[in-house]
Design a protein around this ligand. Sequence first.
Ligand SMILES: O=C(O)CCC(=O)C(=O)O
Length: 278
Amino acid sequence: MQHILNLTEEFKTNGWALIKNVFSNSEIEKYRDIANQLKTDHYDGDLLGHPLTRGILFDDRILKVVKQLLGTDELVYFGDSSCTIAKKPGNAHFHKDNPDKINGNGPDWQEEYPVIRLGIYLQNHDNFSGALAIRDKSHKTNNIKTGTAFYVDNQVGDLSVWYLTTTHAGYSKRLRIAPKLFLNTSLYRFVPDSMFVPEEKYRIAYFMTFGRKSPLLDRYLRYLKTREYMVQGWKRSQYDDSCFTFAKSKNITLIDMYPQVKDIDESTLNKGHVELPN
Ligand SMILES: O=C(O)CCC(=O)C(=O)O
């Protein structure tokens, strides 16, 4: 794994980091096979719930990075992770994932955000479409337009990480005539598909979210319990003893959300973002 001098400082300043060469080519090939296996098995729970993916989620190299960036050895995991396979390019739109999207004076903006997400992309995106796009230094404001937008040039084996408050978009597209020039995602609909660089392979990515114990993490969970997609995801992720044992062996506090959400009436949930009342 590449040693990034001042990784934490860079992350805190920029709101994101790309860590090179964390995984070998053969590991990434294996992760592609596992993703396809999950799809064949119609498994759509989180990464802890499946024996083939929990070792990816709690890989020691990932945990080391997360501990360093969150500044704690006591990590919290709460069932927010996924394996996504997209046979066709998806829609890109810039967004943030934390609760205070409208209220720029809300609690999320008062201190360093204690929840981060990581992405392992199983194909090259340095010269291909489908890259994660980020707005640099966008993690301390709710203004979605703040920060210079760029493509994360990740290659097979790299690990991407960002705060939930960082403005980002998946599935960016690169123009054939100027692949390095950032084209705002809102302009894609005016450009014919033939003018974009294709993706290298159909896109597979693993995403995982970790937090540090804090009132802002509690509040994030309270927010997620208002969101339909997340409650449905938690309902699909029931842990057996092996999940708890594995989390314990990695010294991770596991918040099992299933009992908290299993009886929630989904018609009361929000499909889109609705600001928390407080
Ligand atoms: O698909 C991607 O590259 C980004 C996914 C995303 O927006 C997220 O996990 O919050």
